[in-house]
Design a protein around this ligand. Structure first.
Ligand SMILES: Cc1cc2nc3c(=O)[nH]c(=O)nc-3n(C[C@H](O)[C@H](O)[C@H](O)COP(=O)(O)OP(=O)(O)OC[C@H]3O[C@@H](n4cnc5c(N)ncnc54)[C@H](O)[C@@H]3O)c2cc1C
Length: 292
């Protein structure tokens, strides 16, 4: 959805679509649409790219881990893609006014993004959605991410470490060099464990054993995950069995990002049974026990 290019706050749509019951009432939230100058854009490896833009203060103020922006990606020729592409907040540096996205080139939209050069402008709309929730008395947070899901979890590690919590990040990747943000995560104070398909350590049964051992030895208040349904299933079962809070950021395909088009509706387990929710506005972060 092409939002107007201004940095005026816009209240995200909150009203449920007629005929669809959405059990989670989202709090009023304000997103801004802004044309942002690209200040850095580089390849992290042959799969992932890091894009940093200069964003207005209003866009950065409330941007929280797990929230996302809708990016108006350049087209292959002239113009832009009609539908914006959702991208998680990877880093916010408020002093510098910088907003960063870590992304994988997946199709034509992200190919368009990859062509942006220093000084080009990108139309961003956000922050959108409900992010991760941290409780002040939590002491140890475990993050389990796969692939580009690590982009979504990295700011959570930063926030939890900044609040004095211990953070262990389990990064699952096809190859060790695809495990992104290792140095960034260590830099903010997280302990990082990399598991890969290459050496078999990313096998779900081995990751489950690793998590059980970690939780048993160190205790854990929250397990947060993103990027893999298999990891989600492991985290959900472990959290249920151990009484630990679990949160997942879902990367559901979406169109408008503000709750109107219903493109991202998924079924969840609610208090009154199975019910539909919009991932863009009721999430994208959900309690793992609500996922089906
Ligand atoms: C809330 C949210 C946060 C996200 N954060 C990031 C991020 O930080 N970094 C990142 O690299 N990607 C992220 N994604 C995924 C990203 O939005 C898609 O990769 C992107 O929209 C693909 O656009 P495209 O035009 O390049 O590819 P398309 O041509 O639209 O799609 C290429 C392939 O990717 C699949 N695809 C498209 N959109 C999604 C999606 N939302 N989820 C899963 N598969 C999809 C398509 O089915 C197709 O197979 C996020 C998605 C959501 C919903």
């Amino acid at each position: 959805m092409n939002a107007p290019a201004s940095s005026e706050p816009i209240a995200s749509a909150q009203a449920p679509h007629p005929g669809v019951h959405c059990a989670v009432a989202s709090p009023p939230r304000r997103a801004v649409s802004a044309l942002c100058e690209v200040v850095q854009h580089r390849a992290v490896n042959d799969r992932y790219r890091l894009l940093t833009v200069a964003a207005p203060e209003a866009a950065l103020l409330d941007a929280a881990p797990g929230q996302f922006f809708q990016l108006l990606c350049p087209g292959q020729g002239q113009g832009t893609h009609f539908l914006r592409r959702p991208m998680s907040v990877y880093r916010v540096v408020r002093d510098a006014g910088h907003l960063a996205f870590l992304y994988k080139v997946a199709g034509t939209g992200t190919q368009g993004l990859a062509g942006l050069a220093h000084g080009d402008r990108l139309d961003v709309f956000g922050p959108l959605g409900r992010g991760f929730r941290l409780q002040a008395d939590w002491r140890h947070v475990v993050l389990v991410g796969r692939g580009v899901g690590l982009a979504t979890l990295a700011p959570l590690a930063e926030a939890a470490c900044a609040q004095g919590m211990a953070v262990t990040a389990v990064l699952s990747a096809a190859r060790a060099d695809y495990a992104m943000s290792v140095e960034h995560l260590r830099g903010v104070g997280a302990e990082v464990i990399v598991v890969t398909d290459e050496d078999g350590s990313a096998d779900p049964a081995r990751v489950e054993a690793l998590l059980r051992d970690l939780v048993g030895r160190k205790g854990c208040d929250l397990i947060a995950t993103c990027g893999s349904n298999r990891l989600l299933a492991i985290v959900r079962a472990l959290c249920r069995a151990s009484g630990i809070a679990g949160q997942v950021a879902l990367e559901q395909q979406m169109a408008c990002g503000i709750g109107m088009c219903l493109c991202c509706v998924k079924m969840f387990r609610g208090a009154a049974g199975v019910e539909p929710r919009r991932v863009c506005i009721d999430g994208p972060v959900f309690d793992v026990q609500e996922t089906l």
